[in-house]
Design a protein around this ligand. Sequence first.
Ligand SMILES: NC(=O)c1ccc[n+]([C@@H]2O[C@H](COP(=O)([O-])OP(=O)(O)OC[C@H]3O[C@@H](n4cnc5c(N)ncnc54)[C@H](O)[C@@H]3O)[C@@H](O)[C@H]2O)c1
Ligand SMILES: O=c1ccn([C@@H]2O[C@H](COP(=O)(O)OP(=O)(O)O[C@H]3O[C@H](CO)[C@@H](O)[C@H](O)[C@H]3O)[C@@H](O)[C@H]2O)c(=O)[nH]1
Length: 331
Amino acid sequence: MTVLVTGGAGYIGSHAALALLDGGRDVVVLDNLTQGHRWAVPAGAAFVEGDCGDEDLVRRIIDEHDVTAIMHFAGSIIVPDSVIYPLEYYRNNTVNSRALLQAAVDSGIRHFIFSSTAGVYGEPNATPINEDFALKPISPYGTSKMMTEKMLADAAIAHDFNYVALRYFNVAGADPKGRAGQTSRKATHLIKIASQTATGVRPQMAIYGEDYQTPDGTCIRDYIHVSDLANAHVLALEYLERGGESDVMNCGYGRGFSVREVIGAVKKVSGVDFSVDLAERRPGDPQSLVAGADRIREKLGWVPVHDDLEVIVRHALDWEQSLKTREVNAA
Ligand SMILES: NC(=O)c1ccc[n+]([C@@H]2O[C@H](COP(=O)([O-])OP(=O)(O)OC[C@H]3O[C@@H](n4cnc5c(N)ncnc54)[C@H](O)[C@@H]3O)[C@@H](O)[C@H]2O)c1
Ligand SMILES: O=c1ccn([C@@H]2O[C@H](COP(=O)(O)OP(=O)(O)O[C@H]3O[C@H](CO)[C@@H](O)[C@H](O)[C@H]3O)[C@@H](O)[C@H]2O)c(=O)[nH]1
């Protein structure tokens, strides 16, 4: 009765592994460490270094660890990179997910939870975005995730498993106990970058586009605390184990903040008035993404506990400081 967590050496997967372990479950992490770190895998989880697209390896892990459910976080995650390297994104996010799914079906896995994204909606013309909105991704990243959702839906009809695809909006913050956080080698996320700038890791940052049709001209996103998101995965697993129907669910708080508001919050919480430039729009960026977040609350009984931008920012800043100490100690 073990949960296989692909991508569990990365940001969200490591928090989900912690949440599972905190709940008394056994966890095995599979990660190829292209982005994640061995030290980010929580103590208490078994670890296998390898690729989630390696069907034989996955079948072996399922067998050896008595895996009954899979949480699939492994993937390539940077929207603008996907515009430049689309085939790489389809390989890692779609082709490798197909292989993982094949191994799961072959091995009789009954429950599957997938990291999808708000990026599957593209540029919707209404807000908040509900799960039944049309899927019209505007980046290869979004399309690569949408294709995996479609595979899951078809495979769940043909085979004996149920699944939840969780469509994350913008994930941020860090474990409140300081056990995990965002460590990506190539950080692009707004709150991470602003926290790095506030803590002196970067000299300055830029706002990508101030000419959007929003109140202050900058893009709007719905920021969800990573620990609330990790908890949603545990609830989704319990739901599937109760025999819940396969479904897709948005993960967000239902409230949007502009890029300027986020930077203002980081300056306020850190007390540092760092330098911010203005840059061109970034390719593949939708103007506004805010979750319609009723379904997950109703179906999973999910009740977020960190639904506060300043709390998210505080935890992100604390993690950034702890990373600096870690680097000093490692040097
Ligand atoms: N961070 C966000 O805001 C966000 C939003 C929506 C969806 N998601 C999705 O959530 C998942 C996790 O994202 P994250 O922010 O933790 O990213 P991350 O880069 O921190 O973690 C991904 C992990 O997967 C590993 N990995 C990548 N390809 C692999 C492969 N083929 N086999 C094995 N391991 C592999 C990496 O080494 C890394 O540890 C991704 O699928 C991402 O698309 C993230
Ligand atoms: O230095 C920066 C970084 C970001 N932004 C802007 O901030 C907003 C948010 O950007 P970012 O934090 O990079 O997140 P997204 O591009 O919205 O994508 C994230 O959120 C998506 C779901 O909404 C996920 O699918 C992706 O994996 C995840 O990277 C966008 O308008 C960016 O242009 C800046 O202005 N300056």
